[in-house]
Design a protein around this ligand. Structure first.
Ligand code: HEM
Length: 472
């Protein structure tokens, strides 16, 4: 994904366009006999698995170029997913009855960790129930309450960063997102205090994340493929995590102020279904780990990518710094940076559904039970939807709102990311504070490669920069 020198947007050549229509959706019995199975990647399965796991990005771009916008490959997902990158196909999956397009997260590597019943891994009525319970605490208005706390966390963190020597921003962003979790989700009123179960839980997560790219952790991950419950190393790591998680829950159940608390954990514990049912301790545990694990690395790396891109695109950086410092359209300029970063470097590059009935994707037919992967990365790099797709151009978004099926870093439909409002709020606050206070440069001109960690795509060197100066 190399940068291309910017060409100005003109009325004839806007920087956001549209795709030609392409029919998609369930096929009624006997309908559309002319549809063919999608073209397949013409390599032996083991080579596909290797190529995909080593270089997912190159793999999907290459085969889209050679086979078109719908193609099938044989990887580790049973059935061999069909990949699509057409917005109309995306719409067909996001707007369908969830019963006929269950999410592939039920088969994800997170399953042994968060269990089969969390909002991320459940499907059907169970998923809808969990989602309904969790929606209110993650609603945009509820998130507004945390903005002041996020600001204080970001400012404090920025104060501690070293000047004039290379720093990797990704771990610094993780520190911020972990403190936001401590404050907003666990309700610690700032950084978790040493010796508390909250501190133990967050420290364990931090350590396990740091370990997760090591060969031994990769081995642990491989051993767990296809398992519903953790085995081996992951099982041991999980028992430490559980010790602290249940500690947090037990303490909170005993808190005389539980009814008055505003943090997300307390809201989850107080939530009731329409029948008045509350979540059991093990359900609270699954949901708590889900929101923490789904939220902290994703947001941290999206912020890291923003800076990896900004320091290599001086015009975009200057526009951001100017906008924020002069307070002229500060909100607009920050929003455009977030939209363009999440388009150009979506932290989660793909999402999936398993169609329960035969499905049309343009000229092709996917059989019932087949997995369909939406490549967020490919949708976001369509030449027709985003002219000059590889260039980082926040000004694309001047006067434009992102399309529901064209800008999809948070997925969509009934599975759309539950933490999107929180992630957006964190990114706004942190980007604004950093652009206002810091002058940042790239350590080297070469863009950072994208590296894959579990389901995420992160900057390979952790977004290394030098901070030249800091304002009070
Ligand atoms: C920049 C940051 C983030 C990105 C890029 C992101 C992206 C995503 C994506 C792509 C999905 C799958 C959507 C689908 O299948 O259609 C998802 C689901 C989810 N995310 Fe996020 N996420 C982010 C931050 C967060 C945060 C901060 C939280 C919570 C604190 C969170 C909680 C969840 C949950 C619970 C789900 C499962 C929703 C469901 O299946 O109903 N995410 N996220």
């Amino acid at each position: 994904m190399s940068a291309v020198s910017p060409a100005p947007a003109t009325a004839e050549r806007p920087l956001v366009g549209s795709a030609p229509p392409s029919p998609a959706g369930p096929i009624e019995p006997g309908d559309a006999p002319e549809l063919r199975p999608p073209p397949e990647v013409p390599l032996p399965r083991f080579r596909q698995v290797l190529a995909f796991s080593a270089r997912e990005i190159e793999f999907v771009f290459r085969w889209r170029r050679e086979l078109g916008e719908v193609f099938r490959f044989r990887g580790i997902i049973p059935g061999g997913p069909t990949i699509t990158s057409h917005p109309d196909h995306v719409r067909s999956l996001f707007t369908a009855d969830p019963e006929i397009v269950p999410s592939l997260t039920a088969e994800s590597p997170l399953l042994p960790i968060v269990g089969p019943n969390s909002v991320l891994t459940a499907n059907g009525p169970r998923h809808l129930r969990q989602r309904k319970l969790l929606l209110p605490p993650f609603h945009g208005e509820a998130i507004e309450r945390y903005v002041a706390a996020i600001t204080a966390i970001a400012e404090r963190e920025i104060d501690s960063w070293p000047l004039n020597r290379p720093v990797a921003l990704a771990p610094r962003m993780q520190a911020i997102t972990l403190d936001v979790i401590a404050s907003g989700i666990l309700g610690t009123g700032g950084r978790a205090r040493r010796g508390t179960p909250e501190h133990g839980l967050l420290e364990t997560i931090k350590r396990l994340t740091a370990l997760s790219t090591t060969p031994i952790a990769k081995l642990g991950e491989l051993m767990n493929l296809g398992h519903r419950e953790a085995v081996g190393l992951q099982r041991r790591a999980l028992s430490i995590l559980d010790h602290f998680t249940y500690g947090v829950i037990e303490q909170r159940r005993g808190d005389p102020d539980l009814e008055g608390r505003e943090d997300i954990l307390s809201l989850i514990m107080r939530a009731r279904t329409d029948d008045g049912e509350a979540l059991s301790d093990s359900e609270v545990r699954d949901e708590l780990l889900t929101v923490i694990l789904a939220g902290f690395e994703t947001t941290a790396n999206s912020l890291a990518w923003a800076w990896e891109r900004l320091v290599r695109n001086p015009e975009a950086y200057e526009a951001l710094r100017e906008g924020v410092r002069s307070d002229e359209d500060a909100e607009g300029v920050v929003e455009r940076v977030i939209l363009e970063t999440m388009r150009n470097r979506p932290v989660i590059p793909a999402i999936g559904r398993r169609v329960q009935v035969p499905w049309r994707l343009g000229d092709y037919r996917v059989e019932a039970g087949g997995p369909v992967t939406v490549s967020i990365l490919l949708v976001h790099h369509r030449e027709d939807v985003y002219p000059d797709p590889f260039a980082y151009r926040p000004e694309r978004w001047i006067g434009r709102k992102p399309g529901t099926y064209e800008w999809i870093p948070f997925g969509g439909g009934t599975r759309r990311c539950l933490g999107a409002s929180l992630a957006m709020a964190e990114q706004r606050v942190v980007l604004t504070a950093m652009a206002r206070r810091l002058d940042i440069e790239a350590v080297d001109a070469e863009p950072e490669r994208a590296q894959h960690r579990n389901v995420t795509m992160i900057p390979a060197r952790g977004a290394r920069v030098v901070i030249r100066s800091r304002r009070p």
